[in-house]
Ligand binder design. Structure first.
Ligand code: CMC
Length: 443
């Protein structure tokens, strides 16, 4: 990780610099280059405007590093995803979500004692203030659960005032724990409300994933026994979505937090950003797309539509801003998908067959090969979640639940970074030149 001092040191090292020339005037500037531990180096343009009176221009931030971070590393060309240096495949295979949460927040894997303490802290924050139940009753029954999530998570700051002082490390830690702990409860209540069933309280004797399945699927009328294969798959889905570097929702959380907003408000902003179909909403869109395609013989028609510039249709679950190779999370998800469907006795699920055939055909198609469009994490997750019994509208909610740890970890890293300032991008103005006000009678 490059901290502020190494940044300053690199800035002084003139050998490590990038020359920029304004061809209009012949004037040139030396910009410091800063190396990270892995991945592309960056050209430090922080003094660029002050020295050149020009901005850099990068809509969509395709060439911009917005911060330095030691949490997650992605090599999109090689299809590598590391959390604190550990490969996502290893974490998905050998670890569990609570351990990954600890790793993301603290930088190291916990020992047995640290893990037990962390799990205890999370477990004992899972209940919601009882008055929050009133919030749910204010929503329409057919409200999208993501709409409920944005509202209820934003409202947490009204209930947990004692963990909103961002300058107090203890309050920050309590807010982290509360957010990770309460998110499954909030999500499950959003679901229960939509289906008209009573809310189910968390149970402290269950693991994080088991407890979530219990709050979603149990009803007071009968006992609910959590299937261990499904609990493991749920836990793995949480691991695969835990963090993903400076994606749209994480950047939203950082930008919201850069003004000093409280963590609950920032995470609500992240949930809003995640909702979009180009981001977390894609898993919902994948399932709708597979259902629309319907049968293997219609795949070529949809592949052609995805390639047609005049058709807004895109192959959902395909392509990624960073991965130009197979998304490593998609591989784990595909394996998990088979395990879950086998366990549920629906190994021949037509949607899975359709998805696999669609993937095969797309990966052989020149358009997708040339543009390096591979399946992403969302391609198989919808099939597993549907098989487990989740309605489509809950898919993005599960993504938000799992990503909460990444959001709070990145938010904390930003707050603790001494070089942090309010995020305030500039623009290339293309509007009107100054003009005189025209009274309404003369327009
Ligand atoms: N189907 C058809 N063509 C595509 C697709 C697709 N899924 N994705 C990208 N392209 C084409 C795109 O039209 C463009 O072509 P051209 O260069 O001829 O204009 C080229 O590939 C590059 O695409 P882009 O839109 O410039 O790339 P981006 O980095 O701005 O967008 C993306 C990345 C993920 C938004 C996009 O690939 C997409 O819309 N995919 C479908 C939605 C999806 O699965 N999203 C989940 C992302 S992973 C989970 C998450 O991060 O939340």
């Amino acid at each position: 990780m490059t901290d502020a001092s190494t940044v300053a040191q690199a800035s002084q090292d003139a050998r490590n610099s990038f020359t920029m020339i304004d061809n209009r005037t012949g004037q040139s500037w030396e910009l410091p280059i800063i190396d990270g531990v892995l991945g592309p180096s960056v050209v430090d343009i922080r003094r660029f405007y002050a020295e050149t009176d020009m901005f850099t221009y990068d809509p969509g931030f395709t060439s911009t590093a917005s911060c330095d971070s030691g949490i997650t590393f992605i090599d999109g060309d090689a299809g590598i995803l590391l959390h604190r240096g550990y490969r996502i495949e290893d974490l998905a295979e050998h670890s569990d979500f609570m351990e990954v949460c600890y790793l993301l927040l603290h930088g190291e894997l916990p020992n047995a004692q640290e893990k037990a303490k962390f799990e205890h802290n999370i477990t004992y924050h899972t209940m919601l203030h009882e008055q929050m139940v009133n919030f749910y009753r204010g929503f329409r029954r057919d409200a999208h659960p993501m709409a409920i999530m944005v509202g209820v998570v934003g409202a947490l700051s009204a209930f947990y005032h004692d963990s909103t002082d961002i300058n107090d490390p203890h309050q920050r830690m309590v807010a982290q724990h509360r957010l990770i702990a309460k998110m499954p409860t909030i999500a499950a209540m959003a679901y229960k409300y939509s289906v008209g069933q009573p809310f189910v309280y968390p149970r402290n004797n269950l693991s994080y994933a088991e407890n979530f399945l219990h709050m979603i699927f149990s009803v007071p009328a009968e006992d609910y026994v959590v299937n261990p294969v499904l609990a493991r798959a749920m836990d793995r889905i949480f691991i695969l979505h835990a963090d993903h570097e400076q994606n749209a929702s994480t950047s939203t959380v950082r930008i919201a937090g850069s003004s000093g907003a409280n963590p609950f408000a920032c995470i609500a902003a992240g949930i809003a950003s995640l909702w979009g179909p180009a981001h977390g909403g894609a898993n919902e869109a994948v399932l709708r797309m597979l259902q629309e395609i319907g049968s293997v013989d219609r795949i070529p028609e949809f592949i052609e539509r995805a390639k047609d510039k005049d058709d807004p249709f895109r192959l959902m679950g395909f392509g990624h801003r960073v991965y130009k190779n197979y998304d490593p999370r998609a591989k784990v998800m595909q394996k998990s998908c088979h395990e879950v469907l086998e366990e549920l006795g629906i190994g021949e699920e037509p949607l899975l067959k359709l998805a696999m055939e669609l993937e095969r055909i797309a990966l052989e198609d020149d358009y997708f090969v040339e543009k390096k469009l591979f399946p992403n994490v969302d391609f198989y997750s919808g099939i597993i979640l549907k098989a487990m019994g989740f309605p489509t509208t809950m898919f993005t909610v599960l993504f938000a639940l799992a990503r909460t740890v990444g959001w709070v970890g990145q938010w904390t890293e930003m707050i603790e970074d001494p070089s942090q300032r309010i995020s305030r991008p500039r623009q290339l103005y293309v509007g009107n030149e100054p003009r005189d006000y025209v009274p309404i009678q003369q327009r």
